[in-house]
Design a protein around this ligand. Structure first.
Ligand code: MG
Length: 372
């Protein structure tokens, strides 16, 4: 049962190229399936989220992170009476534009592009993937996704202004995105906050006392676990507390959003609001912020992860410079494209699509591998 404020597939603004309806899958279900069957989606498996493969096969990569976001987002959407098929499509596609080597890779690619007077943005790149780079259909380039999925790719986590991005005008930049897109950004944050505590603890980069002292929301859950399972090993107490913390964030989001959307009667009304309606309540929001700050300070900027970031930056900046200098070294299709389009943009598109190990192979080939 969809709520009044949910997106209805029958009211979709449709696809760029009209298609015959499928006998038993609606357009949002088909979009979700198209994302799952795309090459860019499969490559997420070999892209770093926070930890590279060198740590452990148990840690998240961008694909398993994406699946966790989809699970959390579906749960929230179902509770709020939102369109779970649209939400699932948006969750599965939300990180498809990320380059290799996690945020270090993203930053390095952006720095390299800015030196050429351009820039890199993973949401804009994701749109280019689904609109142009995926080649699956004889009749058109790209995946021919519905308007609502493309709009969500652009608007789920960032507000782009129409003055700065005239090419995005069709995505109704002066309006809020539907709730289905709004919730992706927060489901993403719930997923990575809890996953990064988990992987950070497992990697011994974060200790239990440190997490308990630095993340009050986690500590609240841990105290409850201590009462129930005082004899259990620390690792299991940690797991129990983390599970409760995740649940607390999800439930907080559902409760607070439910109150805020009570009197909203349509998607158009959601779009007309001055602000986003999907939010955590103040208490859970404070806990979320504390957790995020703790992760920045203690994990993302930790000295242990620093050498890998430096390495990632070097690989990206040297390879980028090499191909910009010698576009003839790019594979056929790209070097052809570089004759008519800005070379830096073509190189950036090529590199952003790469997996961690593929870019390292290319680095070995063109830049002579690692130097101490
Ligand atoms: Mg994400």
């Amino acid at each position: 049962m969809l709520a009044d404020y949910a997106v209805r597939v029958e009211q979709s603004r449709g696809r760029r190229y009209p298609e015959t309806p499928h006998p038993y899958r609606d357009d949002f279900q088909r979009d979700r399936d198209r994302v799952v069957h795309s090459r860019a989606f499969r490559r997420l498996e070999a892209k770093t989220q926070v930890f590279t493969r060198r740590y452990s096969d148990h840690f998240r990569n961008r694909l398993t992170h994406t699946i966790e976001v989809a699970q959390i987002a579906r749960t929230i959407a179902a509770q709020l009476g939102l369109n779970t098929d649209l939400v699932e499509a948006l969750a599965l596609v939300h990180d498809i534009g990320h380059p290799p080597f996690g945020h270090a890779g993203e930053r390095a690619l952006d720095v390299a592009m800015r030196e050429q007077g351009l820039f890199f943005d993973h949401n804009l790149h994701a749109l280019r993937i689904v609109e142009d780079f995926e080649m699956r259909y004889a009749a058109f380039r790209g995946l021919n996704l519905t308007f609502e999925v493309r709009e969500g790719i652009i608007k789920h986590s960032h507000d782009y202004s129409a003055e700065e991005y005239p090419e995005l005008e069709e995505y109704l930049l002066d309006q809020q995105p539907p709730l289905e897109a709004q919730l992706i950004d927060l489901a993403d944050e719930i997923a990575y906050n809890s996953a990064d505590l988990d992987d950070g603890f497992e990697a011994h980069l974060l200790t239990l006392p440190q997490i308990r002292a630095g993340v009050p929301g986690f500590e609240r859950c841990f105290a409850e676990v201590e009462r129930l399972y005082s004899e259990a090993p620390d690792k299991l107490k940690f797991n129990e507390a983390l599970k409760r913390f995740l649940d607390r964030m999800v439930s907080g989001l559902v409760q607070s959003t439910r109150t805020r959307v009570q009197r909203i009667g349509s998607v158009e009304e959601v779009r007309r609001q001055g602000e986003r309606l999907v939010t955590f309540g103040p208490e859970v929001d404070a806990e979320r912020r504390e957790c995020k700050e703790f992760l920045y300070k203690s994990l993302y900027f930790s000295a242990t992860l620093e050498p890998e970031k430096v390495e990632a930056e070097r690989v990206i900046s040297e390879l980028f410079a090499h191909w910009v200098r010698r576009p003839g070294d790019l594979p056929g299709g790209y070097s052809e494209k570089a004759k008519t389009e800005p070379v830096a943009r073509v190189v950036c598109d090529y590199m952003a699509g790469m997996t961690d190990h593929y870019i390292l192979e290319q680095y070995e080939k063109f830049c002579g591998g690692f130097r101490p």
